[in-house]
Design a protein around this ligand. Structure first.
Ligand code: ADP
Ligand code: BMX
Ligand code: MG
Ligand code: CA
Ligand code: ZN
Length: 343
């Protein structure tokens, strides 16, 4: 409300009446398509500006390049079509994937055996061509860190690290408010921090990596081993004869007091804890955020190992469990949403 003299100085343009089309446009929610490709699952979601997952699609991640790319395009087209009915305006596509990623080029450089036929792959071009939208690609652990920075416990935190457990273990490092990528896009592969000279084999080809001790796949391997040796079952644990043995069974068995399962879980927690101490001594974050299906099981053990094994100046770190539903998907979306709203 300007004073009269000012109203004369500033000549306001005539008020334009909104057409119903303009109003529809305003009511549309600006959104992103987000993809997450992991060792087990392929997820696609429509994500709103506020970080709400409007709709989510899940499939197994196919084992070959061809099948995977075909499914990616099919799921994206389906989601983009449904977005119209949901009144979501898709601004672009964000892709989170396991493997070393060159985000400038939209390339997956190389992958461990968790994702087969996923090395030297141009992920951007086929998706961008099929949907006619801009596409961002980033490593899944790095995406999880971006999600925490925008929507989670990492908001306003200058130096933090995230560790996400799924089939493997992903990581992301925020240093001075930015992701670190390193000299050849291999920084923050935190799952492959080694905590023993020998140790279990890892899907990266090495051994003793924290992923080989504490990931979903590692716990599933141990669950099977115990089951084969008749050491898994305990009163209260239900496992039908045709049912697959999973990490969840091992965790249940441990919680039900099976001492062998407890020992496996303790070793996993210790290995992960040691790995995190190594991270503290490398980048000295003020916060470590744990996410993924196994996060809550590891929170206590990690804090204990930090207390026992970290240098005193690193003890001030806070360890938290994420409260985000799907960090990797949300981080993938954030690349689109941040770009679209840049000033
Ligand atoms: P991806 O690795 O494909 O990104 P997810 O993050 O969805 O996939 O994690 C899948 C992994 O988590 C699988 O190894 C699965 O066995 C394990 N998992 C899923 N649900 C549970 C659960 N409730 N408890 C323990 N492990 C689980
Ligand atoms: C593996 C590696 C990481 C990834 C991590 C978590 C590949 C294909 N993956 O360590 O890049 O961040 O798994 O992946 O090289 P997820 O399958 O548990 O989501
Ligand atoms: Mg994942
Ligand atoms: Ca990473
Ligand atoms: Zn490894």
């Amino acid at each position: 409300d300007l004073d009269e003299p000012l109203q004369k100085t500033f000549r306001f343009p005539p008020v334009k009446t909104c057409t119903s089309q303009d109003i529809d446009h305003i009511l549309e929610t600006q959104s992103a398509l987000a993809l997450d490709l992991g060792g087990t699952n392929l997820r696609v979601a429509i994500v709103s500006m506020k970080g709400e997952i409007v709709k989510k699609y899940s499939q197994g991640n196919p084992k070959t390049y061809e099948d995977r790319m075909e499914l990616i395009l099919k799921m994206c087209v389906e989601a983009a079509t449904e977005a119209v009915d949901l009144n979501c305006r898709i601004l672009g596509v964000g892709v989170s994937t396991g493997g070393r990623v060159n985000p400038k080029k939209g390339l997956v450089l190389d992958s461990t055996s968790l994702i087969q036929e996923w090395s030297s792959v141009d992920v951007r071009t086929p998706i961008s061509d099929a949907l006619n939208l801009p596409v961002w690609v980033e490593n899944d652990g790095n995406c999880a860190a971006l999600a925490e920075k925008k929507f989670g416990h990492g908001r306003g935190v200058e130096n933090f690290v995230t560790v996400i457990t799924g089939t493997g273990i992903g990581g992301g490092v925020i240093q001075h408010n930015e992701l670190i990528h390193g000299s050849s896009f291999c920084a923050a592969e935190l799952g492959h921090i080694m905590v023993s000279l020998e140790g279990p084999e890892c899907s990266c080809g090495s051994r003793g990596c924290i992923e080989a001790y504490a990931s979903g796949l590692a716990l599933q391997r141990e669950a099977k081993r115990l089951h084969d040796a008749d050491l898994l079952m305990v009163e209260g644990l239900s496992l039908k004869s045709e049912e697959h043995v999973t990490a969840a069974h091992l965790i249940s068995a441990a919680h039900l007091g099976n001492p062998t399962a407890e020992a496996v879980l303790r070793t996993a927690g210790q290995a992960l804890g040691m790995g995190i101490v190594n991270i503290l001594h490398t980048v000295n974050p003020s916060l470590v955020i744990l996410s993924g299906v196994l996060a809550s099981n590891y929170h206590g053990p990690i804090q204990q190992i930090i207390g026992q094994r970290a240098l005193s100046s690193a003890q001030s770190v806070t360890v938290m469990t994420s409260d985000l539903e799907e960090p990797a998907l949300l981080g993938a979306a954030s690349m689109v949403l941040d770009y679209a709203t840049r000033r």
